[in-house]
Design a protein around this ligand. Structure first.
Ligand code: SF4
Ligand code: SF4
Length: 85
């Protein structure tokens, strides 16, 4: 799992590489081109997706909605976590 904190806004995206099957739907449907393929191959042999440009994310939830394997999702920072990098 990787946590991608938005540099300015109070939310983050979690990617679960162990669930990803590299279908590319999140990459294709992201309107801001934040996602791409990683160099990493997971234990199932899939080339996983990766967030390349978190700063451009507009929190549209399209990646979360499109993923058939619940491998990418958005969550909010609590007040205490607001400064988390
Ligand atoms: S929330 Fe929207 S803009 Fe952000 S990475 Fe997902 S699809 Fe792209
Ligand atoms: S939509 Fe889900 S399974 Fe498909 S590449 Fe993206 S994170 Fe991986």
């Amino acid at each position: 799992m990787e946590v991608h904190q938005h540099p300015k806004k109070k939310y983050y995206i979690i990617t679960d590489e162990s669930r990803c099957k590299g279908c590319g739907l999140c990459i294709e449907f992201c309107p801001k081109d934040c996602l791409g393929y990683s160099d990493e191959i997971n234990e199932k042999g899939w080339r996983v997706s990766k967030i390349h440009r978190m700063k451009d994310c507009i929190k549209c939830y399209m990646c979360e909605r499109m993923c058939p394997d619940f491998a990418i999702f958005i969550d909010e920072n609590t007040k205490e976590e607001g400064a988390k990098a």
